[in-house]
Design a protein around this ligand. Structure first.
Ligand code: PEP
Length: 248
């Protein structure tokens, strides 16, 4: 059976408390018989506010990053246990902006994913090639290395989600063709099946990179795409619900 889809929003470094109104508006737009799960990952400063706004709705809330350690002398960081303690269910790790801006390696991303799972969160592990890597014909090499290096050995479909986000498609309005998405998602599925045997078929594989209401239905229909990780278009309820509607 195909995994139940997930449509996840990554607000990145956007949002003030007043933007909780978008989450309350989204909750009113979601039908009771949703065919997918819905998640919003606001900045750490808004986790409590968004958890409150989402209360009683189908919207789950997650973090955008966590430290690999449970606690300690790491000024400015937050741990998976802290995110879990608030009532969150998920955390994104290894987003390309973290890999680029903070030099995060596959090994660090794997440790963060392990910390997330140990804290009781589902880790959304992001992978994806740069434009130069795609142009150089290295997409599958890069994605394969990232999946192998970033996904913990103890990962299960219940604890880890993999998000394929080509770096060149993030925030650019450009997307890969459906055939290109199918190729990479099929490749990730095969890698996970090789490593985790029958469970490989059950991992959720999200596509991320310039997903919007107008392209969501066709991207979400691609084989081995089990949902979306959405940046810009997750900020407004009307756009995000348009993407969620790809499944309804
Ligand atoms: C993202 O940052 O995870 C993302 C996919 O961004 P956008 O949808 O804006 O391209």
């Amino acid at each position: 059976m195909a995994p139940r889809p997930l449509v996840a929003g990554n607000w990145k470094m956007n949002g003030l408390r007043a933007d909780a109104a978008e989450v309350r508006a989204l909750a009113t737009l979601l039908t009771d018989d949703l065919a997918c799960d819905v998640l919003i990952c606001p900045p750490a400063t808004l986790l409590t506010t968004i958890l409150d706004a989402a209360k009683g709705s189908a919207i789950a809330v997650g973090g955008q990053d966590c430290h690999a350690k449970v606690s300690g002398a790491h000024t400015g960081d937050i741990s998976a246990a802290m995110i879990k303690d608030l009532g969150c269910s998920h955390v994104i790790v290894g987003h390309s902006e973290r890999r680029t801006d903070h030099g995060e390696s596959d090994a660090l991303v794997r440790t963060k994913a392990e910390a997330a799972v140990a804290a009781g969160l589902v880790a959304i592990v992001c992978v994806g090639e740069t434009e130069a890597e795609r142009d150089g014909g290295k997409t599958l090499d890069v994605v394969g290395r990232q999946v192998l290096g970033s996904v913990p050995d103890a990962a299960t479909p219940a604890t880890v989600i993999v998000a394929y986000e080509p770096v060149w498609a993030i925030g650019t309005g450009r997307t890969p063709t459906e055939a290109e998405v199918a190729e990479v998602h099929g490749f990730i599925r095969a890698e996970l099946s090789q490593r985790f045997a029958a469970a490989g078929a059950e991992f959720r594989l999200l596509y991320g990179g310039s997903v919007k209401p107008s392209n969501a239905k066709s991207l979400m229909a691609v084989a081995n795409v089990d949902g979306a990780l959405v940046g810009g278009a997750s900020l407004k309820a009307v756009d995000f619900s348009g993407i969620i509607n790809a499944y309804n």
